[in-house]
Design a protein around this ligand. Sequence first.
Ligand code: F6R
Length: 615
Amino acid sequence: MCGIVGYIGNQNVIGVILEGLKRLEYRGYDSSGISFYCENDKKIEVIKKSGKIKDLVNEIDKRKLCKSHIGIAHTRWATHGEPTDINAHPHTDCTGNIALVHNGIIENYRTLKSFLLDKGHRFKSETDTEVLVHLIEHFYKNDLLEAVKKSLKMVEGTYGILLLSSYEPDTIIAARKGSPLIIGKADGQMIAASDASAIVSLTNQILYMQDNDIARIKKESIEIYNIELEKTSDSDFEQIDLTISQIEKGGYSHFMEKEIFEQPEALTNTFIGRIDFENGTFRLNGIKEKFKDLLNADRIIITACGTSWHSALIGKYLIEKYTNIPVEVDYASEFRYKNPIITEKTVVILVSQSGETADTLAALRESKNKGATTIGICNVVGSTIARETDCGIYTHVGPEIGVASTKAFTAQVLVFFMLSVALGRKKYLTFEDGIKFIKEIQSVPEKIKRILGSQNVFKSLDSIVETNYIKNNFLYLGRGINFPVALEGALKLKEISYIHAEGYPAAEMKHGPIALIDENMPVLFISLKDSIYDKIINNIKEIKARKGYVITIASEDDTEISKIVDKVIYIPKIIEDLSPLLSVIPLQLLAYKTAVKKGLDVDMPRNLAKSVTVE
Ligand code: F6R
């Protein structure tokens, strides 16, 4: 949700911040802008443009640029005010001496704006952010840091900000509360950004800013203060493990495609170091200290948003099956607006690819307030949720850049499976059960490879896309552990191909949605040869009897199903509890291929952003 980047050092700033912006474009892409300090004219210059970053680059190319080694930049996902040139960041004060980029939301901006209008400030944009830069101007009395502190103390809401000023042209001021911000250090250069992808081409030395930190960043030094401007000792840089090749497309047309095809290798990384053959279980070192709390929990609550919420539903199914511990799944966005029943024996699991989702973070803080033990399942190492939970399990699938989540979902499901088995082994699963599960997990990458390498799968997908890409609606039906997969398939199609799609438990159709069925309604079933196969075949027949067009994901040894449906995609056999890892792959591909066929921007679907750091 908005990406920000700032640089100070020996290089020409424009190139560095534009490269950083391009890496952050997945976070928001409706407008963008840069601001830099012109050394000759001794003033701040701002260039901003609605549209994608390429539109900003075109605009920059038209200009004659001055020499500059310090600047800030922003790529926007609009919250307050439409994505116009004027509403794009950076925003400046009345004098043009201070420029600011912001990721987050200033909740009390109306009150602050009327206060500032009374003082004679003139506003140019409709954004919440602009109040902040005027507030800093209002408080500025020859000490920028002091003005930032006073302003931030008046702000309610969330922010990650970078500020540039001609008053102190060798300094960038950074501050964070609720929105991620990290700083990278290289020889004679500093770079600050919303996430590490904008930094790794320059350095792997990273410092994670904490909430309420304010940083004064110069070329060679950094000082970190708390909101009272007391220096904190916490300015340690650490080495991160991220390479440029991990954040590039590597020959694929889109990040989403790359991430779908990466899954065999990515999932191997999720489980490989965690297999414990000796004890027939999985070693989850990240949660070692809280493992007993989990085993003795009166209840587990799993909370998450979007795709991560779908994996949570599968987590509930697995944990309850292998441990008998009651599990509840909550939308993180709803969690703090009700009265979550939490005792000191409740464990709350927060699932988040990015580890920065605002609603999930708020649910985490609410859970901690109420005394729960908290466990994170995150992908981004060092992310806020990963750091603020008591402990956690990383999915370790590398950066996920495509806005539609793919490999993060399968990795989360895998983590839930390993967690359930590890807990179950302390309850009633036998050593033999554990070994069987380990072997099944080891077979997953090869089986996914078979789907991704199968000409038949791709032929079927192409013909399904050809017939259905013009459709306005789609239904995805599944039962048991594959019901959440139906939800996930529908979400993928909605978000990148803009086709309305609903996921539903197959047997619930009779209670209403079956009224939608006619020859124009494609219905996709996940109908594997599992414990409820016969039931789902009945559900398929109900649809066929009403002239529905039925596509099904079926087990490769199912020789009968092609006789009753219109299209079949076969996938390899696997135990039922791991089947979502295979059944979701054709659904990811179907959404991807439909979006490509429709000529849509797969990696940057309209109105979306990768990491939703606003409520
Ligand atoms: C869908 C998608 C979103 C995210 C959701 C939560 O493809 O990516 O629904 O799953 O915004 O994000 P994280 O997992 O980062 O908390």
